[in-house]
Design a protein around this ligand. Structure first.
Ligand code: 5CA
Length: 443
């Protein structure tokens, strides 16, 4: 992408009402634009990050056996009346009347709709297990939308739904997703702590939240320190089975300390020694709720014994748009965002220090072309801005690696290779710089 043709409306200063660093940086880096309370447009740079997160989420869902579909944002109220949640959900649900005065709603979640899809097509235990997911916008009329995309009213969620024949099989599906979540957050470059949680309006009696530690988080983190010691980002967790004994060990520990469950609910009652004095951001939440929806909605399957019984279900959410804010909270400095490589909107930038110099331009064009051809997400700053302003923008938007091309270097046959996170700068040939970029991409 040539910066001269890109849409990157960076701001010198963040609007005064942006209270936390991720919100400030997302506005300043031209990633989002607020359109209403808790409602945002995703500008090109923000959308790139969103797509990169989605891609990782998809890959890990598919690896865990979940199958993608797409349900609508607008749902008929009838389904929610069947489950009993239409009245129970309260004011967070955005209710709409269509031109025929039919009651509709903008989906805050999709348990009812997926249960309806399931019951239309599946009859026998032989067709199970099934796990279906989608990545779709949700709307919750939050009392206090705040912190930018962290607590929006419209937000992007990955929600998966598992269907099993027995309680044991359903728990297996639950822990399979548990492991998929550890993989997902690790690949994104985050350390997310699983914590036993309250189930709220989704229901059920087994639930975990995945929390990214950050001072600005809205969730208080209470858990055994053993649980905090989860695999470090980047560690290859590979296949979920490898991890299952470990997860079981850890979850037994939960089971052993029932107060942990209460701790998640009643912040004030947690004894000081059990607190991590930490706060965190909930980036994922998984639930096992058995037949809470399948029983009232009559989503039944014929079992091995020939009898019909409601299917065992769980649901599994990831806050895809919230993750963008959470990553920035966890990874930034006073100059801007430091993206983990896997989700950086651009992996490399070629920065021309003199766009009016033909030799400099020739080297830049060659670097840009080679990187594009190698499949690297490259931003080419071909504008006539001052070098200082160019570097500030690159640091603000968090491009991990820069190839800087200036007249002196070109004469000497070198470019400057900069690394955002390390703050390092080295001179080398263009060929060597490109090799370095490809190496960090794993190509
Ligand atoms: N149906 C279940 C699981 S699919 C569900 O809706 N779970 S949830 O309510 O916990 O939401 C899943 C995830 O969406 C949360 O962990 C959080 O990361 C994200 N999320 C929830 N509310 C918001 C919001 N207002 N703004 C941004 N992200 C949100």
């Amino acid at each position: 992408m040539r910066l001269s043709r890109y849409f990157l409306p960076v701001l010198k200063e963040a609007p005064a009402d942006a209270q936390i660093v991720s919100h400030q940086l997302m506005l300043r880096a031209g990633m989002i634009k607020q359109n209403g309370a808790g409602i945002y447009s995703w500008l090109p740079l923000g959308m790139r990050v969103l797509h990169k997160i989605e891609k990782i989420v998809r890959e890990e869902q598919e690896r865990a056996g979940a199958v993608e579909l797409l349900m609508p944002t607008i749902q008929p109220a009838e389904l929610w009346k069947e489950s009993g949640r239409y009245d129970a959900y309260g004011k967070e649900m955005l209710r709409i009347l269509d031109r025929h005065e039919r009651e509709m709603l903008y989906g805050p979640t999709n348990e009812e709709m997926i249960t309806d899809i399931f019951r239309t097509y599946v009859r026998s235990y032989k067709q199970l297990p099934i796990n279906l997911y989608h990545i779709q916008w949700k709307f919750r009329d939050e009392v206090r939308p705040r912190f930018g995309v962290m607590r929006g009213r419209e937000f992007l969620m990955k929600d998966a739904y598992s269907f099993d024949n027995t309680v044991e099989a359903a728990k297996q599906s639950y822990y399979r997703m548990f492991c998929a979540y550890l993989n997902t957050f690790s690949r994104i470059g985050l350390k997310a702590v699983p914590m036993r949680a309250d189930t709220g309006p989704i229901g059920g009696d087994l639930s975990h939240e995945f929390i990214v530690l950050a001072d600005t988080g809205e969730s208080a983190v209470f858990c055994d320190s053993a649980l905090v010691d989860m695999p470090a980002p980047g560690k290859d967790l590979n296949f979920w089975q490898d991890l299952l004994p470990e997860v079981e060990k850890r979850t037994k520990l939960y089971a052993a300390t029932e107060e942990m469950h209460d701790a998640a609910r009643f912040e004030s009652e947690v004894p000081a020694e059990r607190r991590l004095s930490a706060r965190g951001i909930e980036v994922g939440h998984i639930f096992y709720f058995g037949t809470k929806y399948s029983a009232p909605m009559k989503a039944e399957v014929t079992g091995q014994d020939g009898k019909n019984a409601p299917v065992e279900m769980g649901s599994y959410g990831i806050g895809v748009s919230r993750l963008v804010g959470a990553i920035i909270e966890a990874s930034h400095d006073d100059k801007g965002v430091i993206w983990p490589a896997a989700v950086a909107p651009f992996e490399v930038a070629v920065v021309s220090l003199r766009s009016d110099d033909a030799d400099v331009t020739k080297v830049c064009e060659s670097a840009y072309e080679q990187l594009l051809n190698a499949g690297v997400d490259v931003l080419y700053d071909d504008t006539g801005e001052r070098p200082g302003a160019k570097f500030s923008t690159m640091e603000l938007i968090g491009v991990p690696e820069l190839i800087v091309v200036g007249p002196k270097g070109v004469k000497a046959g070198v470019v400057e290779f900069r690394n955002r996170e390390a703050g390092s700068s080295e001179e080398m040939t263009l060929e060597a710089a490109i090799k370095r970029c490809l190496a960090s991409k794993g190509a």
